[in-house]
Design a protein around this ligand. Structure first.
Ligand code: 6FA
Length: 541
């Protein structure tokens, strides 16, 4: 059987595209390399205390931090050197759930978007209608483990910050703070898996196949003729067929989509040469005369982030989340199992704030802060009270000018080739200024102590010696950037790969520059709009 649309990757972008295309009657095949995740999708990776329930590691928001201490973290892609989700839902199944409605400025021409993409409201509102955010995810409407909010209030108010419900005023991102907002529903992880995928799955014209790995698309010049998979039940040699005028959408995430493009003969010549030198992959690489030289993997950005660790006597560090999987606080576990309320109904973040900074190059950059009880690591020569720790992650968000590069090695492992953080010294100077502003307020909050860096380390020294790998925020965008010029962009303003008739990308890769907040809200809006654009294009199925 053949399909109108084959979508590769059931993550944030792919699920939304699949739902919208099947909604209008297209015959859609959604392929995913991983398997079930949440209980609703037959996932069964449960904490011992939730055994026998349909509440998996991925359903229970309070288990988020346990992803990073799991002895067998099978859910991370094993062939990508940075963190990416290789299971149904992709990053949306594993992420911290922070969820920001995109701002108007996120889609501005100044922020890299081609003209025509500025009026995002219709698409953002479509996302909000399916997946409203919440800043009080517990089913009883109460907020839990909120001590850091009070501390941050004391720290930020004297610096002129205003308290607001963040997603009620998405465009207000200067000197504002509020409760963290999440894509959780009924006290559980929601995201596209719990919403868009559910409506797609009841349609007879929609097919979902998991545990299918896509290596490349088969091309006849500018026409994709099939999708090459490792599943021979899908077609001879594992090749999935398209209907006449059928289209393929790559939604495999920044690293996954880039790798498929390379193996399909699309990308910089050094990456294609690596595929050609890989015995297994070389067999399916189109002849060099059909290679398309596009800047796949270039122009990537990710928020540089620096963590500060504090103590305050009012704060409950929640044992730094170390025991949530095997030995949770019994009352909290029981409360959650009873009706999805309490501490476990939220992931770890409790407070977010933003402030605008003018860089010496005239560009406005925003600093985002995310505050959570507990700390992953502490580096201090002074004594401190481990039960009072909390962490503030400071990120540079919209306005970041640094760019890096991602790609593959000879074994086709996905990896950063050039780190994107602080390539431009002005990015570094601005984040440093922001951190210093925060630290300058510590003295106004009784008993607030900065423990990392400790009082023998200057903020400059701390930032200067910060391990670049620890600056990673897992928010990679731009690998197949949208634009009007194939020397600097990979997809055109309809999300179609330059030089191809029927190959598209809908995922984080097409986003040209970082948005104001953690990116999944923007990716969702982009997926809504890109799908509408593709449907409106002449010549389709
Ligand atoms: N974003 C937010 O907005 N808020 C957060 O709190 C947040 N936290 C995190 C976080 O804590 C971690 C650890 C990570 C890794 C990311 C976080 N992000 C957060 C970022 C956010 O999750 C990502 O930006 C977002 O998921 C990217 O969406 P995409 O649609 O671009 O890509 P996905 O990775 O979601 O999905 C790709 C799918 O394709 C996966 O399901 C994958 O298994 C599949 N796939 C990949 N290669 C494939 C292949 N060759 N064949 C078939 N399927 C493939």
């Amino acid at each position: 059987s053949a399909y109108d649309y084959v979508i590769v990757g059931a993550g944030v972008g792919g699920i939304i595209a699949a739902d919208r295309l099947s909604e209008v009657g297209k015959k859609v095949l959604l392929l995913e390399r991983g398997g079930p995740s949440t209980g609703e999708t037959s996932g069964d990776y449960n904490a011992p205390w939730a055994a026998g329930t349909n509440l998996t590691k991925f359903d229970i928001p309070g288990l988020y931090e346990s992803e990073f201490s799991d002895p067998d973290p099978w859910y991370w892609c094993q062939d990508i050197t940075v963190k990416a989700g290789c299971l149904l839902g992709g990053g949306a199944t594993l992420n911290g759930g922070l969820y920001w409605y995109p701002t108007d400025a996120d889609f501005s021409v100044e922020n890299g978007w081609p003209s025509g993409w500025q009026d995002h409201a219709q698409y953002t509102n479509a996302v909000i209608a399916r997946l409203p955010s919440t800043d009080h995810p517990s089913t009883d409407g109460q907020r839990y483990l909120e001590q850091t909010f009070g501390v941050m209030q004391q720290l930020l108010e004297p610096q002129g910050y205003r308290h607001l419900t963040i997603n009620d005023e998405p465009n207000s991102k200067d000197h504002v703070y509020g409760h963290s907002a999440f894509d959780f529903i009924d006290g559980k992880r929601a995201g596209p898996v719990a919403t868009y995928l559910q409506t797609a799955e009841v349609r007879p014209n929609f097919t979902y196949k998991d545990f299918v790995y896509v290596s490349s698309v088969m091309r006849n010049g500018s026409q994709v003729t099939g999708v090459r998979t490792n599943d021979t039940s899908l077609g001879a040699g594992g090749v999935v067929s398209l209907n006449p005028n059928g289209r393929v959408i790559l939604s495999s995430g920044s690293y996954g989509t880039s790798r498929i493009l390379f193996q399909s003969g699309i990308g910089p010549s050094d990456m294609l040469a690596l595929v050609k030198n890989n015995t297994e992959a070389a067999v399916h690489l189109p002849p060099q005369s059909q290679w398309i030289n596009l800047p796949v993997g270039m122009n990537v950005s990710d928020n540089p982030s620096i963590k500060l660790v504090f103590t305050h006597p009012s704060v409950d560090s929640y044992e730094n989340w170390a025991d949530v999987w095997t030995d949770p606080r019994p009352a909290d576990a029981a409360q959650y199992l009873k009706n999805q309320s309490g501490v476990f109904a939220s992931s770890s973040a409790r407070v977010n704030f933003w402030r605008a900074y003018a860089g010496s190059d005239g560009i406005t950059r925003f600093m985002q802060g995310t505050v959570r009880p507990g700390a992953g690591s502490v580096n201090t020569t002074n004594p401190y009270n481990a039960s009072q720790l909390f962490t503030m992650t400071t990120y540079l968000s919209q306005g970041v000018t640094s760019r890096g590069r991602l790609g593959i090695n000879g074994s086709l492992t996905g990896m950063p080739l050039v780190n994107p953080w602080f390539q431009d010294p002005i990015d570094k100077a601005v984040l440093l200024e922001g951190i210093k502003d925060i630290v300058s307020g510590i003295a106004t909050v009784p008993n607030l102590t900065l423990v990392t860096p400790d009082n023998h380390t200057t903020i400059d020294a701390y930032v200067n010696s910060y391990n670049p790998a620890s600056m990673n925020s897992n928010h990679w965008v731009g690998a197949a950037k949208i634009g009007t010029d194939p020397t600097t962009a990979v997809v055109d303003t309809d999300a179609r790969v330059f030089g191809m008739n029927n190959l598209f990308v809908i995922d984080a890769s097409i986003i040209p520059a970082l948005p104001m907040g953690n990116p999944q809200g923007m990716i969702m809006s982009v997926a809504e709009r890109a799908t509408a654009k593709i449907l409106a294009l002449a010549g389709g199925p």
